[in-house]
Design a protein around this ligand. Structure first.
Ligand code: HEC
Length: 96
């Protein structure tokens, strides 16, 4: 097996840790812009002003889990992998 192959294995092994910490894999602001579109019917760009991306992500997850009443289904229709991007975008907009 090549050195390259073993680097891949090491990267794969590290991945669940990164996802779990929520730190290393920050959301993609650009990608989040389009994905947040469904939220903007009701939420202004700066709705989460002063809240950092990690907290916004936690709020979205709480909404999906039914921990608070959210009148729009959009929050549950977000794909799992889009949550961090949407949170990053709202954090970016709110920091302007
Ligand atoms: C149809 C309107 C509507 C849409 C669309 C919508 N929301 Fe909301 N959302 C609300 C309202 C209204 C509240 C305040 C709580 C309530 O009365 O339901 C809220 C509250 C929240 C909260 C709770 C935190 C807080 O400060 O109140 C989060 C998180 C949230 N929305 C995220 C989202 C995300 C992410 C999307 C897009 C995927 C989205 N919402 C789409 C109407 C909407």
């Amino acid at each position: 097996m090549s050195a390259r192959g073993s680097r891949w294995l090491a990267a794969l092994a590290a991945m669940p840790l990164l996802v779990g910490s929520g730190v290393a894999l920050a959301g993609d602001v650009e990608a989040g812009k389009a994905k947040a579109d469904a939220c903007l019917d009701c939420h202004e760009n700066d709705y989460f002003a002063g809240v950092d991306a990690e907290e916004i992500e936690a709020l979205i997850r709480a909404g999906r889990a039914g921990e608070f009443e959210h009148k729009a289904d959009e929050i549950r229709e977000l794909a799992e992998e889009d949550i961090a991007d949407v949170a990053a975008w709202f954090a970016h907009e709110g920091a302007k």
